[in-house]
Design a protein around this ligand. Structure first.
Ligand code: SF4
Ligand code: SF4
Length: 99
C-alpha cells in the first residue's frame, strides 16, 4: 500500500507531503521509549527549526522513521502545537496525552 494514501474513511484534510519537512510532529507527539520521552511532549533533543540536536547519534527508532500520509495531515499546519494535536488526534491519543 502507498504509505502516502490515507486509510479509507480518513480523507486527508491537507495536501499530501511526500518528503519530511522537519515539522517536528513525530519528534513531539508520540511517546519514544528509547528516549524516555512521554506522549505529547517535544523531545529534549528537538532544536531550533525542529531539527534534531543529536542527529548523527539519534536512536534507531528515529533513524528508521519514514514519512507517510500522516505527514500530509500534520506538516502543513502552522504551529508545532497544532501539528502535535493533529498527530495525537489521528491516533486517538488526545485523552491519554491530557489534551
Ligand atoms: S511528522 Fe513527517 S514531516 Fe513532520 S518531521 Fe516527522 S517525518 Fe517529517
Ligand atoms: S532524538 Fe532527534 S530525531 Fe529522535 S525524537 Fe529527538 S529530536 Fe527527533
Amino acid at each position: 500500500m502507498d504509505p502516502f494514501t490515507a486509510p479509507s474513511g480518513f480523507p486527508p484534510r491537507t495536501p499530501v507531503v511526500r518528503d519530511c519537512t522537519a515539522c517536528g510532529a513525530c519528534c513531539s507527539a508520540p511517546d519514544i521509549h528509547a528516549l524516555g520521552k512521554p506522549l505529547g511532549v517535544p523531545c529534549v533533543h528537538l532544536g531550533p527549526g525542529c531539527l534534531c540536536g543529536i542527529y548523527p547519534v539519534r536512536p534507531a527508532v528515529c533513524r528508521g522513521y519514514q514519512p507517510d500520509w500522516v505527514c500530509g495531515e500534520v506538516a502543513p499546519l502552522p504551529t508545532l502545537e497544532a501539528r502535535v494535536r493533529r498527530f495525537l488526534e489521528i491516533y486517538g491519543l488526545e485523552e491519554e496525552a491530557g489534551l
